[in-house]
Design a protein. Structure first.
Ligand SMILES: Nc1ncnc2c1ncn2[C@@H]1O[C@H](COP(=O)(O)OP(=O)(O)OP(=O)(O)O)[C@@H](O)[C@H]1O
Ligand SMILES: [Mg+2]
Lengths: 276, 263
């Protein structure tokens, strides 16, 4: 049995009081019968590493899709930097350029190369002519190569995406999101199913990007241990409801939202102590 | 197929329809049998092959291939934007419905009818044939293409769409690469098909090798006809062989890649 080890949180000192994401009483459904989320309230400060955990089907992915305008709530309000996320809203569409989204299924274009997939993140910065002729400026190509180096894909730049291993595909999706120069990063189980070393490499990479760019990261995790290690706040959702939210400062857990379960029960539920 | 009572009813209905339809089209086995000796005469005359017409036949075939080539390429280039406009996953109903209706209207005419129309418009000759091939290719390829576009994986569309890129960027950077190998395979198929088409358009005066064939038939010169028909046969076989090779080598491989799903 190993105690929970929490690393010094790198982005903690950068947290400003500015609310970048606010949700109040958000309900949403895919089929107008069953609600995937039922009355979610949350408020995220700029620069936070916000972790979401919960069992399969609890609504974690849905929550992320609401934050980048891919889904619209059926009830309640969402504000991303004080703007409603909606693809048809011009102002939000512009904000989407710097919201990096790594979907659970990654969404790589399979027939193009690693470098080309990464460059997709720079599409909003191209002129019409450049984008028509697929002419990325040299500095963007260099930037893409630099990011690919960060995620450990140097030497694989010209490989077609469908030929990559599962972990390599994940890194390409991360590179594409970082290429957006994001202010918000939404990552759906991006390190689940990776080996421990790689998972930590990638989490450190994101923590590092957070430090440099004052990035706000909202990350869905499978593993409570990993969430506690990197996040400032951890929200637990069950059956579409947020049942608990804890803040983490250094090695201590600071505040508890009232919920139906005690932390011990939560930890037990997610089997924290037996991990690693 | 299982012989359940339900299936028996269906088989019964099909046989009944066959009998009724045969009666309606004056299908008459006796007439067919009586016609067989005529075939024997044709075959006999065909055996008097006139090999000195081979060069002429090859030239005519070359013209046919050129017609098919130009028609396929231009038709394909016009079909691509139309197919993008008819894909349901890229457009609203108000865009795709009218474009689809237009394509369906174009497809109602077989190429031979288009050829007749263009012979009336621009006179007989290969140009009318090319125009007919273009029309036929547009109607057909655009449909094949929008069907491909509608089945492409929605994951990369969503992921790249969430970057807030424009619709044209989405088409240029996701839709086209994701469907490229299928589109190429259709281009090849269509070229192959259009060569056969072009071979008969001459029957209505729209140029190509069919023009010679119909003339010799009119004058009962079956020895020449057989030379031209053999040239068509051999050409079609060669092109078939080539397209199978190309498909195996380049297209199937990348389509296989497309099936590999990201986890
Ligand atoms: N496209 C969809 N259409 C209909 N229902 C959906 C769709 N996507 C998700 N759901 C439903 O919404 C609920 C929440 O799904 P969601 O994908 O958000 O879960 P999750 O917490 O991300 O699960 P997992 O850990 O398995 O990824 C589930 O009941 C699921 O069946
Ligand atoms: Mg999920």
């Amino acid at each position: 049995m190993k105690q929970i080890q929490m690393t010094q949180n790198p982005s903690f000192s950068l947290i400003s009081t500015k609310k970048i994401i606010q949700m109040s009483n958000v309900w949403t459904s895919y089929d107008s019968k069953n609600f995937a989320l039922e009355g979610i309230n949350l408020s995220i400060d700029r620069g936070t590493n916000y972790a979401i955990i919960g069992q399969s089907g609890s609504g974690k992915s849905t929550l992320l899709k609401l934050m980048n305008g891919m889904m619209i709530p059926s009830k309640g309000t969402i504000k991303i930097d004080y703007t409603s996320p909606d693809m048809n809203n011009k102002k939000f569409k512009k904000m989407m350029h710097t919201i990096g989204y790594i979907p659970q299924n990654l969404g790589l274009v399979k027939n193009i190369t690693v470098l080309e997939n990464t460059l997709l993140g720079a599409l909003p910065r191209l002129t019409k002519i450049q984008s028509l002729f697929k002419k990325f400026p040299e500095h963007e190509i260099q930037e893409a190569k630099r990011i690919l180096k960060l995620v450990g894909l140097t030497g694989k730049e010209n490989r077609k995406a469908y030929l990559l291993s599962g972990g390599e595909k994940r890194r390409v999706a991360i590179a594409r999101a970082l290429m957006q120069k994001p202010t918000i990063l939404l990552a759906d189980e991006v390190v689940s199913e990776l080996d421990n070393v790689t998972a930590h490499d990638i989490m450190n990479l994101i923590a590092d990007a957070q430090k440099r760019m004052n990035l706000t990261a909202i990350m869905v995790h499978h593993d409570m241990q990993l969430a506690l290690e990197y996040a400032n706040r951890v929200a637990v959702i069950t059956k579409g409801q947020k049942i608990l939210e804890i803040g983490v400062e250094g090695e201590t857990i600071v505040d508890f939202q009232t919920g139906d379960m005690s932390t011990e029960e939560i930890m037990e539920m997610y089997d924290v102590n037996s991990k690693q | 197929m299982m012989l359940t009572p339900n299936n028996n009813i269906i088989i019964g209905i099909i046989i009944a329809l066959l009998v009724v339809a045969s009666y309606n089209v004056d299908a008459n086995p006796i007439e067919f049998a009586e016609g067989l000796p005529n075939l024997a005469i044709v075959v006999e005359e065909m055996l008097l092959v006139e090999p000195k017409y081979i060069p002429t036949a090859l030239w005519a075939m070359l013209e046919t291939i050129q017609m098919a080539f130009i028609g396929t390429i231009i038709g394909f280039v016009i079909a691509l934007p139309l197919s993008l406009l008819s894909a349901r996953n890229l457009n609203s109903k108000y865009v795709y419905a009218p474009v689809r209706a237009l394509l369906a209207a174009i497809r109602t005419f077989p190429s031979i009818l288009w050829a007749i129309l263009f012979v009336i418009m621009v006179g007989s000759g290969p140009f009318a044939g090319v125009l007919a091939i273009i029309m036929y290719t547009i109607g057909f390829v655009a449909k094949l293409q929008y069907e491909v576009i509608e089945t492409i994986d929605s994951d990369p569309m969503d992921a790249v769409g969430s970057i807030g890129v424009s619709k044209w960027q989405l088409i240029r950077y996701v839709v086209i690469p994701e469907s490229a190998s299928h589109l190429l395979s259709q281009l090849l198929y269509m070229f192959d098909y259009n060569i056969r088409q072009s071979s008969i358009l001459g029957l209505v005066g729209a140029g190509g090798i069919g023009f010679y064939i119909i003339n010799y038939i009119t004058f009962f010169e079956y020895g020449k006809v057989v030379v031209f028909m053999l040239v068509v046969l051999v050409t079609v076989l060669i092109i078939d062989w080539f397209s199978v090779k190309i498909r195996d080598k380049y297209i199937i491989k990348s389509q296989h890649g497309m099936e590999v799903t990201a986890k």
